[in-house]
Design a protein around this ligand. Sequence first.
Ligand code: SF4
Length: 342
Amino acid sequence: MSAPLIEIIGLSKAFPLRGGLFGGIRGDVKAVSDVSFSLAKGDVFGLAGESGSGKSTIARMIMGLTHPSAGAILLDGLDLTGLPLALARSKAVQMVFQNPGSSLNPRRSIGQSIAVPLEARKIARADVERGVARLLDMVQLPADFSTRYPHELSGGQKQRIAIARALAVEPQLIILDEPTSALDVSVQAKIIELLNELRRSLGLTYIFISHDLSLMRNFASRVGVLYLGRLVEEGPTRKLFEAPAHPYTRSLLAAVPVISAEEEAIKPKAPIVEGEIPSPMNQPPGCAFHTRCPLAFGLCDQQNPEAYWLDGDHFARCHLLAPDAASLGAKPIETLKRENAG
Ligand code: SF4
């Protein structure tokens, strides 16, 4: 892998938990615990997890909207955690949100909305109009869209405008927070296609946040799976899809719809996980997934599993991957995989 553009090192966030008679602090809520990953320029990192898994808190820390409790965020070697918050890094990191309508002022024309970040860059007034037309062209919309208003646009068109606004500051990294989950499936595919084209032509780097692993298959180069604020598995997309090691990843992939016999053949036959993710305020002891894990055994509610490397670039946190798993009272992972596939 070439030198990373962004390195997330041991990132954690705990929010104080207030309560009691005098509203004092009576503990903390661990929203993100010791998350590390890195990403080379031009790559896409997929961050997958259910709502409440800590995805958005990680995004907010990278954007500078939330201060980490511990850890570092390096962009091109520069530690962003030492910089003043959002404003200082907004030129380098931009975010595209799930609901594009909420970031567009209904009383501003599209041209005026796209002009705001250009004007903030002190671009000469005469060049702003040209800049708006160029950005509309980049997101494959005609120049006359600049005179339209948000209520005249479809969801997919509004998302293209949100992408144009993010591109206006020429960022190094764009965080895509569920950018297609409010859109129809056919529109989702077109937005992903556009993002891919922009990545190739502009050399952009993305962190793609989604609860939907299937969207990452052909888009992300690496995928990290979050559960209650911890990365439980991380690795190259192909390895994670073809040989998922964590029971949670396996059950998420078992639920993903497939379109070809080839994909069906490699899809894990793991049981689908039932129930809701526990609240971060009531994190289960030991492995946080043990309350829903179909493979949990004696050790799981007592000890947090460490990260086991399956090879140099793919790890998972599960006691079943320990070399001495059988002596701990668990069945070795290979046996379990065979039983699940059976
Ligand atoms: Fe399941 Fe135990 Fe592995 Fe956690 S450590 S994922 S509970 S088998």
